[in-house]
Design a protein around this ligand. Structure first.
Ligand code: EPU
Length: 432
């Protein structure tokens, strides 16, 4: 059993060096498939998802090495494998983005249906429709997708929903298609602009990425490249909430404040003082917290990936906050766990009403997914007594040394692995 043991303590203080963005680095690694030779990615986060993507790429014939911490070297062969197996793909939903590059390089790809966090229905219909518009013949079964195309051709594609993954898969295939692709209602996340910068440094011709209209002019060949991953705005936002929930004073380095515009606005509205540098943020929450209403939306809206940490924070804010989740239909699983700690949260469809402040008490809870797991650790920082957050491996997927970095800010958090039948500090059973 993997768990975090969290003791409440004093306000967090100090500096955090933010890692490279998980949701960019994973896609850059897949993009490297597009060119034979050695691509080098730096500022790569040391997280389990990156290892899982490395394993998928190795299965396809890529030599994956870590010449030094934070650097991933990918040696891409002339002949790539065409299929990714279920055992690897189920560990990582993002592995669906190998579909576009494999199709572009091999004319054929077979990818197992992706796994990753269970956040309700997570479809890939827009990925597949986009690739079909580029000329691929797409077939699928319950646990795999197959795509083939002798030659991909540029197309005009309008997404029904600004899906991050669909935007990426379409860009990744269109770079080697014949002719021009116009993609409308593209997702605008900073990680997509980072992917386009990576692809352009390989010789691709992409304009407009980071905006909702993207133009891709197909080229016949790409070359390997070197690139530094953009800072992780979600990791930064999580540490900002950690500072805020403990009424601490913390500086975050290696993140662009403009990538967190709305999240910072909401923190300010909640009473947190936020000072922005060029690639740093100073958080000061000594003045107390008040309720705010928040609605998650695709970028530049408030990120769904910060919704669970924010819920934890709002349990400590005076007044009633309403948090509305618009991106996923299964992303309030943290609520039941926070309630076990004493939070008062009422769910009404895709709205959560949080009544605060409520004194939280440490107990045994379970991380239902990556961001919810992190949120429970943050709640534990202010809960009386000891909080045990089980299934910590979800958090390892996206946060590099979460416990160690919180400890560096003065928190009392330990990551432990113990046999399932061995008692931890908190003995209350997890009721399910
Ligand atoms: N959707 C469809 N059809 C599609 C694609 C998406 O209906 O073909 C729906 C999904 O079911 C979901 C919503 O659209 O309800 C959002 O999906 P999107 O494709 O935008 O997200 P994603 O590419 O699957 C990435 C991040 C997520 C993040 C979302 C939204 C990666 C690896 N994952 O997922 O990150 O929440 O964008 O910003 O980039 C996380 O890091 O914890 C995480 C879940």
């Amino acid at each position: 059993m993997n768990a975090f043991l969290v003791h409440s303590g004093s306000p967090l203080t100090g500096d955090v060096q933010v890692s490279g963005a998980k949701n960019s680095a994973l896609k850059l690694a897949a993009a490297a498939l597009l060119a034979e030779g050695r691509s080098i990615i730096s500022n790569v986060p040391e997280i389990a998802d990156m290892d899982a993507m490395g394993a998928v790429l190795e299965h396809l014939g890529v030599g994956v090495s870590r010449p030094q911490p934070g650097v991933m070297a990918l040696d891409v062969p002339a002949e790539l494998g065409a299929a990714t197996p279920h055992e690897l793909v189920k560990r990582l939903r993002a592995s669906i983005v190998v579909l576009g590059p494999l199709l572009a390089r091999n004319s054929y790809a077979r990818v197992a249906m992706p796994g990753g966090c269970n956040l309700g229905s997570r479809n890939i219909d827009l990925h597949l429709a986009g690739l079909a518009q580029l000329g691929a013949e797409v077939t699928y079964g319950a646990d795999y997708v197959e795509a083939r195309a002798r030659r991909l051709r540029g197309a005009d594609i309008e997404l029904d929903f600004a899906s991050v993954g669909a935007t990426e898969n379409i860009m990744l295939a269109a770079v080697l298609a014949e002719g021009v692709t116009h993609l409308r209602n593209a997702a605008r996340e900073p990680e997509i602009a980072d992917l386009a910068a990576f692809l352009n440094s390989m010789g691709a011709r992409i304009e407009g990425a980071g905006g909702s209209e993207v133009t891709v002019r197909g080229v016949t060949e790409l070359r390997p490249t070197e690139h530094r991953v953009v800072g992780d705005r979600i990791e930064a936002g999580t540490y900002a909430v950690a500072a805020a929930i403990t009424r601490g004073v913390v500086t975050l380095r290696g993140v662009r404040p403009d990538h967190l515009r709305l999240a910072l606005e909401k923190l300010r509205a909640a009473g947190v003082v936020v000072d922005e540098g060029e690639d740093s943020l100073a958080i000061d929450a000594r003045d107390g917290l008040r309720a705010v209403d928040v609605v998650t939306l695709p970028y530049p809206g408030f990120p769904t990936d910060l919704q669970a940490p924010l819920l934890a924070l709002l349990t400590q804010a005076g007044g009633t906050s309403m948090v509305t989740e618009n991106v996923y239909d299964g992303r309030f699983s943290v609520v039941a766990e926070l309630e076990r700690m004493g939070a008062e949260i009422e769910l009404q469809g895709h709205h959560a009403l949080v009544r605060g402040p409520r004194a939280l008490r440490g107990t045994r809870v379970r991380a239902p997914d990556l961001r919810a797991g992190a949120a429970l650790v943050l709640a534990g920082l202010v809960a009386e007594g000891v909080t045990e957050v089980d299934e910590a491996q979800h958090v390892d997927r996206g946060y590099s040394d979460f416990a160690g970095r919180l400890r560096a800010l003065g928190a009392d958090v330990r990551r432990v692995t113990v046999p399932a039948d061995e008692a931890l500090a908190v003995s209350a059973p997890v009721a399910r």
